[in-house]
Design a protein around this ligand. Structure first.
Ligand SMILES: Cc1cc2nc3c(=O)[nH]c(=O)nc-3n(C[C@H](O)[C@H](O)[C@H](O)COP(=O)(O)OP(=O)(O)OC[C@H]3O[C@@H](n4cnc5c(N)ncnc54)[C@H](O)[C@@H]3O)c2cc1C
Length: 465
């Protein structure tokens, strides 16, 4: 990359030698995410302070160096991929977590803090940052904010953007900007904090955030259900909406997902595995008395709203239930190459949309496998297409392309979105027009230009300029 030498040498007086990596093997590990795209990274920078990030970006802007911000690299849309010789800016060493502010129920963190470490820290004060996803042990707060991550508790708490009261960001020009300063209410014009959230590192680099917290649920329970059909699943969800509790997760998976997680990760299910669909439901209760919940479960079983149902009796049972749902992405990844579709439709349309989607897949007579799972209660299903061993890579890719055209046409009819929660990255930018109008995309380009006129920050992500 032009000017790289001058850039790295100028940085030498601001960053220690351990904060600048140039060994190609070491660097390329920082240039890809869970999409497993091939990386080509010129250098990796590991700043330890916001001032260092500001110095890096202002020098990069001056010397026209392309920068890819990187978190835990668990992204599923290629947002953190550096494949064209860019410099990766990893925030991983900036992982400070401050004391919890118990009065305002907030915590200030640096963006490289691991999501699970934030959960554990806040738990000691009886508080929760409610963004929870299977990648929590590796993903970082900066990545969660930049993708506006969803996860398994959206049905109760909403997406990441609801749980932030302040951001510190650095622009490509090296300016450090404090957004919102922890105000609960602030209606003074455009909300730049919300604009940065979900912008996938294309507008500014997030260095710190103040996260809003809620009380940890006092009593929670986890159920596993098997159901005969999507219609039955929807009836169960509706019934649970009015149960003597709050639903905190209503996740579903197909029989194929269950069998794969059992086989590949040796996870064990407490209920039989012969039904076509399964539901993991987590609930929160205000009282220690379980009798109302047991009564509700009895009614569900009596009215045959499910084939089988089980309430976890111990923390091991609960872990095993979550292990089934949370292991799906990993078990599919070890099965073969995957094409993922993380789509959204209104919750009320989940049954007809998924029914039509499955029928369409069968009708197309493809020689690939479909794994269906996701967040039923949020209208956010994941269609994962997996290559069979006897199908060539080229044939797999062609068949996925054929399915994609049909899926997106169907999605358009249902008024859905091509990215429910994983973002656009470099994988889905050609699909954005299914969910956004040309006028909206024109405005996107103007916003990008206002922040990064030279188009150096995370180039090729969300949009081609
Ligand atoms: C097993 C598994 C399960 C998952 N489940 C879910 C789920 O349920 N819901 C969900 O929403 N996602 C899920 N994901 C996807 C992924 O974990 C999330 O998108 C997560 O928020 C990404 O965080 P990260 O730190 O790994 O970010 P990365 O992958 O490193 O980066 C993601 C994007 O954020 C940008 N970025 C990272 N840090 C910064 C920063 N400090 N400043 C500016 N930009 C930055 C990157 O440039 C990139 O565009 C899952 C992934 C896996 C592997």
């Amino acid at each position: 990359m032009k000017n790289l030498k001058a850039f790295l040498s100028a940085l030498g007086s601001h960053l220690s030698s351990e904060s600048i990596l140039t060994d190609p093997h070491e660097c390329n590990a920082y240039g890809t995410d869970w999409t497993r795209q091939v990386a080509n990274v010129s250098a990796v920078l590991l700043p330890r302070s916001t001032d260092q990030v500001a110095k890096i970006l202002s020098l990069a802007n001056e010397l026209e160096i392309q920068i890819v911000p990187s978190g835990g690299r668990t992204g599923l849309a290629g947002g953190a991929v550096a494949s064209k010789g860019e410099v990766v800016l990893s925030l991983s060493k900036m992982n400070r977590i401050d004391s919890v502010d118990r009065l305002s129920k907030t915590v200030r963190v640096q963006s490289g803090a691991i999501t699970e470490a934030v959960h554990e820290h806040c738990k000691q004060s009886g508080l929760l940052w409610p963004i929870d996803l299977a990648a929590k042990g590796t993903c970082e707060i900066g990545g969660n904010l930049s993708t506006n991550a969803g996860g398994v508790r959206v049905i109760r708490y909403g997406m990441t953007r609801k749980w932030v009261t302040a951001l510190q960001v650095v622009t490509m020009q090296g300016e450090i900007i404090e957004l919102n300063r922890n105000l609960e209410k602030n209606n003074t014009g455009y909300d730049l904090l919300q604009l940065i959230i979900g912008s996938e590192g294309t507008l500014a680099v997030i260095t710190e955030a103040t996260l809003k917290l809620t009380r940890l649920p006092r009593f929670k329970n986890i159920f596993l259900f098997s159901v005969t059909s999507l219609e039955q699943m929807a009836r169960l969800c509706e019934e649970a909406n009015f149960g003597p509790f709050h639903i905190t997760a209503f996740e579903f998976f197909s029989q194929k997902c269950l069998h794969t997680v059992q086989e590949k990760l040796k996870r064990i299910s407490r209920i039989g595995d012969t039904a076509p669909f399964y539901v993991l439901m987590e609930i929160e209760r205000s009282s220690n008395d379980l009798s109302e919940v047991e009564e509700w479960l009895g009614k569900i079983l009596e009215e045959s709203l499910v084939v089988d149902g089980s309430l976890a009796q111990s923390s091991e049972d609960e872990k095993a239930s979550w292990g089934l749902r949370e292991g799906i992405t990993e078990s599919i990844a070890v099965t073969g190459p995957v094409r993922k579709y993380d789509v959204a439709v209104p919750v009320s349309q989940m049954v007809p949309f998924l029914t039509e989607g499955q029928k369409m897949f069968s009708r197309m007579n493809l020689s690939i496998d479909l794994y269906l799972f996701g967040h039923f209660g949020d209208g956010s299903p994941h269609f994962n297409l997996v290559k069979k061993p006897d199908c060539s890579m080229q044939e797999f890719s062609n068949q996925c392309d054929r399915f994609e055209i049909e899926l997106f046409a169907l999605l358009k009819r249902y008024g859905g979105s091509v990215s429910a929660e994983h973002g656009v990255g470099n994988l889905k930018k050609h699909w954005v027009t299914y969910s956004r109008t040309n006028r909206e995309l024109e405005l996107y380009r103007s916003i990008k230009k206002a922040f990064d006129p030279k188009h150096l920050l995370n180039p090729g992500k969300i949009l081609d300029i």
